[in-house]
Every structure is written in structure tokens, then in C-alpha cells.
Design a protein around this ligand. Structure first.
Ligand SMILES: Nc1ncnc2c1ncn2[C@@H]1O[C@H](COP(=O)(O)OP(=O)(O)OP(=O)(O)O)[C@@H](O)[C@H]1O
Ligand SMILES: [Mg+2]
Length: 339
């Protein structure tokens, strides 16, 4: 009789903006911003997650604050590994001597082989024996409770911080999928650019995100937000009241790019699938989809029903949790690599 091996199954939604960790038998044990801060000279971790996010734009010169993912891909692999190791430690997840770790990590569906390899390398760095990848829109669709194995077209778009991905899924596979880097982060950047060009005020990333979340893309000249930044002419602090209508004008070109991607997806689908979709509509998931006014804007442009996934911020991790409950059923939607 050999030594008992306890399998630890861990799901990771390694998002550009947020990282979520699921442990089978425990549930979701971590939900933190994908940010790490380190001492510049030693690379020792100062903080990760919420604490590190607060340091963006505020850290002393000897601390680096890093977002290891950009536009849905790992841009700083070593920091992504460091961040995840710290997250797993905080969530009390250690592979241990007598247990073997199995991981499922979600990646954007259009990710390159090099990026896939980076995520798999990362999984092994964490101590995985078996590492699976799952495409983000498929995980989101499963998490949203869509019947992906039926011979019916399911239409989903996940709008995160770094990517917006649309997919039509039928019979357990991607029939059509499209991706754009226009998502939450690009909207924040656009708001920063707008303040610079219109008001000669420099605002920070976190201020831009607050403006986006508070005002959205609704047509409402009376709804306002008091934004604070630095006057680019005098160099001094300056505040200004901005209306929802102004932010709408600034963000609409980006929203239209998301609509274009959705249309492109529909154009590529065949008529049977289109008739399924005109009945069942589009399901939205991901934090970026929560921007006020987006669902009605898309509904007007596409003329199909638009509904939200039950827990838009948790769709991907809930999907991974469902996969772990019945691995053999979902094996065909996973990419597997064994160490
Ligand atoms: N209520 C809201 N209104 C507008 N935007 C929001 C809201 N809540 C969250 N967001 C935005 O959602 C984005 C994060 O969403 P999410 O956590 O799904 O992304 P992610 O999974 O980390 O990114 P990706 O999947 O692209 O790698 C951020 O850009 C954030 O500003
Ligand atoms: Mg995501």
C-alpha cells in the first residue's frame, strides 16, 4: 500500500484587475486586486492585493508597485508568480508533502501559445502536478449557468479590466469568439486623457476608476462627480465637477468598439445559431460589464435581449468550481498539461 495522496484542487481566475482563488471543499478563499508592491533593491514583497493597490501613485521612491498583468496577458511573469505565491500563502493554500496540487487557471480565449505556456509555467511554479487551462468566456458561461453542451447557441461577453471577450458556445465548444483590449482599464485611461485634454488636469488611475464607476455612460447632465487632480498649468491641486454626459461622450467610442466586436461575432455565426441568440439574448459577465448604462446601450444597438450573469464578478471562478465538481464531464473544455 502506497502513501495516501490527498488531492488539492485549486481554481484561479488570474484577471488583469482581480485575482480570485477557489479551493475545492472550501469555496472562494481569495478575491484581491492583481497588484504587488516590492522593495526596489531586494524585490522583497511589501504587500499584495488591496494594500498594494492603495499604493498605486502613492509609494515612496524605494517601493515599486506593479500590476503583473496587462490587457489580459502576463506582462511580468516573475511578479505574477510572486504575487500568486503570496496570495496562496495568505489563503493558507500549500501543496504540502503528501498532497498533490491540481490547478485550473483561466486565460483569455485568444491567448498566444507563449502566454499559455507562461500560465502553465506559473502553475508548476506554484507546485501543481496537473495544470489545466480554461478559456475565460467558457468558464464564464459555465459559471453563469448556461447549458454549454446543448445544441443551442449561447452568446456571452465577459468584460474585464484588460479584455472584452465575446463568444458563441454550442455543443461544448467555441463556435465563434472575438476579443478586444478595450475593457475597464482602457476606459480609465480614456478618462485620464479626457481630463488632460479638456481641463488640463492630471488625475490618477484610481480617481479615473471612481469616476467611471460613479457616472458610467448614462446620458444625464445633472448627475455629477467631484474629481480631484493636479492643475497641469500651475502644478497645484485642483478639483472640478464633471457631469455624466461629459464622461459618456468620452467613453462612447470605446463602448462602440465593444459593440463592434459583438456584431462581428454575430456576423460570423450561422443562421440557426442566430435564431437561438435572438431568442435567448446576450449574457454579460465581468466587472467591466457593470458600467452604468452599458446593458441598455448594447440592447439598443443589437436589438436582442441583454441580461447579466447571476454574479458577474464571480462567473469565471464559479465556472471553474463547477468544472471541479465533475472533471470528467468538462474535460473536453480544458487544456491539460502534466508535469
Ligand atoms: N460598478 C462598476 N462599474 C464600472 N466598472 C466596474 C464596476 N465594478 C468593476 N468595474 C470594473 O471592472 C474591471 C474589473 O473586472 P474583472 O474583475 O471582471 O476583471 P478581470 O477579470 O480582472 O480582468 P480580465 O478578465 O480582463 O483579465 C475594472 O476595470 C473595474 O474598474
Ligand atoms: Mg476576468
Amino acid at each position: 500500500m502506497g502513501l495516501p495522496i490527498f488531492k488539492k484542487r485549486i481554481g484561479i481566475d488570474l484577471g488583469t484587475a482581480y485575482t480570485l482563488v477557489y479551493v475545492k471543499g472550501k469555496g472562494i478563499v481569495l478575491n484581491e486586486p492583481s497588484v504587488i508592491s516590492v522593495y526596489k533593491n531586494s524585490n522583497r514583497v511589501v504587500d499584495v492585493g488591496r494594500g498594494a493597490k492603495k499604493m498605486i501613485g502613492r509609494a515612496p521612491y524605494y517601493i515599486d508597485v506593479i500590476r503583473p498583468l496587462r490587457y489580459g496577458v502576463i506582462s511580468e511573469l516573475s511578479y505574477a508568480v510572486l504575487m500568486l505565491k503570496e496570495f496562496l500563502e495568505r489563503a493558507d493554500v500549500k501543496p504540502g508533502f503528501f498532497s498533490s496540487l491540481e490547478t485550473i487557471v483561466c486565460v483569455p480565449s485568444a491567448v498566444s501559445t507563449v502566454d499559455k505556456k507562461a500560465v502553465l509555467d506559473l502553475s508548476y511554479e506554484l507546485g501543481s502536478r496537473k495544470a489545466f487551462l480554461i478559456a475565460e468566456p467558457i468558464a464564464a458561461a459555465i459559471g453563469a449557468g448556461m447549458e454549454i453542451f446543448e445544441a443551442i447557441g449561447s452568446f456571452i461577453m465577459d468584460i474585464g479590466g484588460g479584455t472584452s471577450e465575446s463568444a458563441i458556445i454550442s455543443l461544448g465548444g467555441l463556435v465563434v469568439n472575438e476579443i478586444t483590449s478595450v475593457a475597464g482599464d482602457r476606459m480609465n485611461e480614456e478618462i485620464i486623457r479626457f481630463f488632460k485634454s479638456e481641463y488640463k488636469i492630471l488625475i490618477g488611475e484610481q480617481m479615473a476608476e471612481s469616476i467611471k464607476i460613479n457616472l458610467g455612460i448614462v446620458e444625464n447632465p445633472t448627475e455629477k462627480f467631484f474629481a480631484k487632480g493636479r492643475d497641469l498649468v500651475t502644478g497645484l491641486p485642483k478639483g472640478i465637477e464633471i457631469s455624466a454626459s461629459e464622461i459618456r461622450v468620452a467613453l462612447l467610442p470605446l463602448v462602440d468598439e465593444i459593440v463592434r466586436v459583438l456584431k462581428e461575432t454575430l456576423v460570423k455565426a450561422n443562421p440557426e445559431i442566430l435564431s437561438d441568440i435572438s431568442e435567448r439574448g446576450l449574457v454579460l459577465s465581468g466587472g467591466g460589464s457593470l458600467i452604468k448604462g452599458l446593458d441598455t446601450y448594447i440592447r439598443d444597438k443589437l436589438e436582442i435581449p441583454v441580461i447579466f450573469a447571476p454574479d458577474p464578478l464571480f462567473s469565471v471562478i464559479n465556472g471553474i468550481a463547477t468544472v471541479f465538481k465533475d472533471l470528467s464531464k468538462y474535460l473536453s473544455v480544458l487544456t491539460q498539461m502534466e508535469s
